[in-house]
Ligand binder design. Structure first.
Ligand SMILES: [Zn+2]
Length: 319
């Protein structure tokens, strides 16, 4: 078992916008905690929070990228942005401890309906895009929308999916409605990621994936990052403990196979009382490895869940 984490979702970038920094102790993810591990690769989502949209969604997305890049610049000895396969491999081979950073978008409303903005965001280093949040945008309908044709993938959405395939930007299906999800799966010629979702058959929440969706993501070579948010783990959040989280992991493992399960914490995207007890911040993720080990996962399987599957997925999907 290695001391490595790859986490496909956090909302820490939005915290930077409200004045905190990468080491603010009030945040659930910190750089200092990440450096306790031998390797730590964190996806940072540029979440287009309506409250912060002043000069448009595209502008907000760029401001968030600037803030993350500024932290990387100020901590360049300890942080590195990874944008391609070579950099990923180099990062994993280097001896010094650094946080690897993958830049992502949560809610492609920030494209403002223009394909040019997709090219620009690719140029700025964005390598994963969640097409929607829970509502509807120019691209598709999210988890709160109906599953009618009206709320599926739009014409512009189809164009975006095709261009993302072409450029090598990974499609994140985590917040999509079922209709949008199946529309995307029909046309994508690349595997997709659900960066921070859990299982509907265990916890019937609109943000979770059905068994059929899990199977399809897996069949297509994709990956699912399991979320630490209590509401997605158990309808009765009092029972949403680490054991329940392991149930979700076991389920994805059984339904989708051992290669499609990873970690998507959602740190800093929820109040502290909503995070599974025992995993309140990113220094504590090693508790999950230990718990998985005790739950009869082999060392190799624990590595797969904590980082290895995400690593192999990225190695295949980043150009
Ligand atoms: Zn989210």
């Amino acid at each position: 078992m290695k001391n490595i984490i790859i986490d496909s979702h956090c909302d820490t970038a939005l915290k930077l916008l409200s004045g905190s920094n990468i080491n603010s102790n009030t945040n659930q993810f910190t750089l200092n905690n990440a450096l306790k591990y031998d390797k730590y690769l964190q996806f940072f989502a540029m979440y287009i929070e309506p409250e912060y949209v002043k000069d448009g969604e595209y502008d907000l997305c760029n401001r968030l990228i600037d803030l993350v890049k500024n932290e990387v610049y100020n901590n360049s000895k300890y942080m590195k942005i990874i944008i391609n396969k070579n950099e990923l491999e180099q990062y994993f081979n280097e001896k010094n401890r650094r946080l690897g950073v993958i830049l992502t978008v949560e809610d492609a409303s920030c494209l403002e309906g223009k394909i040019d903005n997709l090219y620009n965001l690719f140029d700025r280093g964005i390598r994963v895009i969640g097409l929607t949040w829970n509502g509807k945008n120019q691209i598709a309908g999210g988890a709160d929308c109906s599953n009618t044709n009206n709320d599926g993938l739009s014409k512009f959405g189809e164009e975006v999916v095709k261009k993302m395939n072409e450029l090598g930007i990974i499609i994140d299906v985590s917040h999509l409605s079922e209709k949008s999800f199946y529309d995307v799966m029909k046309i994508t010629n690349k595997p997709v990621m659900a960066s921070h979702s859990c299982c509907k058959s265990i916890c019937n929440h609109r943000r979770n994936l059905s068994d059929d969706q899990i199977k399809l993501i897996s069949k297509n070579g994709g990956i699912i990052g399991v979320n630490l948010y209590k509401d997605f783990l158990n309808i009765d959040t009092n029972k949403a403990d680490i054991e329940c989280l392991v149930k979700h992991i076991r389920h994805i493992f059984n339904i989708g196979g051992k290669e499609c399960i990873g970690l998507g914490s959602d740190y800093d995207g929820m109040n502290i009382n909503k995070v599974v007890i025992g995993l309140e911040n990113n220094s504590k993720l090693s508790n999950l490895s230990k718990y998985l080990k005790r739950s009869e996962f082999t060392d190799e399987e624990v590595d797969r869940i904590m980082w290895k599957n995400q690593f192999e997925f990225l190695k295949r999907e980043l150009k």
